[in-house]
Design a protein around this ligand. Structure first.
Ligand code: MG
Length: 257
């Protein structure tokens, strides 16, 4: 199932996204998409609604340097254990929402990433049971003010600006994430192309590692790390991240006004 969240003529709702191309419709889910969703009976053509970020997260956990080739381009070997950091949930935006470049940064980079969406409250989840706590997977862009990341020595400012966590277009709940192609395009030019099979720490390990530290709540998101090929975006450009089996997340880049 593809789970999304939309602004419809009747308000904001979680939906299932069904069909393809011009025939795609969204069916309204009653209340929330966790567990077994129930439907209200209302539906709209996808063209008549606006896709929002597909989930409301209490927190966004990110994994750093989880592809060897990206660790190398950042100037060092990948660490033995997963590196985790966080983005505030106020950094989340949906498909087609602009990424706003802060005037205080001279280099804002894209980082295309596979994102895990958590389906139920959990703590201390062994890797073998990680699948039980996952709602599904979506596409993310871990937008980063690279100059500030280098300057600050820790990453909260550089990763935390409003609009620095595009998510979407929806959550795919029936997906084997172990070997999916991930492609990032800037104005239609391919800048990143890799496969999730190259993740240094796989998804079950990441769930175990993160839940050793903190309780995860339904809707929480884990960004699994970016492959090589990161680079800057300029105002007026369009950034798209496509993950096989999920879809394409596209966001325009804009200067702050
Ligand atoms: Mg990242």
């Amino acid at each position: 199932m593809r789970l999304g969240r939309v602004a419809s003529p009747d308000g904001v709702a979680f939906v299932s996204v069904e069909g393809d191309g011009d025939a795609t419709v969204v069916r309204e889910i009653a209340e929330h998409p966790f567990g077994t969703p129930t439907f209200t009976g209302r539906s709209w053509p996808l063209a008549d609604v606006r896709l929002l970020a597909p989930i409301l997260a209490s927190k966004v956990i990110c994994i750093g340097k989880n592809y060897a080739a990206h660790a190398e381009e950042m100037g060092g070997p990948a660490p033995a254990d997963p590196v985790i950091f966080m983005k505030p949930n106020t950094s989340i935006v949906g498909p087609n929402a602009p990424i706003i470049l802060p005037p205080s940064s001279s280099q804002v980079d894209y980082e295309g990433e596979l994102a895990i969406v958590i389906g139920r409250p959990c703590k201390d989840v062994p890797a073998a049971k990680a699948h039980e706590v996952i709602l599904g997977y979506t596409v993310a862009n871990d937008v980063t003010a690279r100059d500030q990341q280098r300057h600050d020595g820790q990453w909260t400012r550089s990763k935390g600006y409003d609009t620095f966590c595009p998510l979407g277009p929806w959550i795919e709940t029936s997906l084997d994430p172990s070997d999916l192609e991930i492609v990032t395009e800037l104005d239609g030019q391919i800048r990143q192309r890799s496969r999730t099979s190259l993740l240094l720490h796989d998804i079950p390990k990441l769930i175990e590692w993160v839940t050793t530290v903190m309780t995860l709540l339904p809707g929480d998101v884990i960004l699994t790390g970016t492959p090589e090929g990161i680079g800057p975006m300029q105002a007026g450009q369009n950034l798209s991240v496509t993950i096989e089996g999920i879809g394409t997340l596209t966001n325009p880049v804009a200067a702050k006004r």
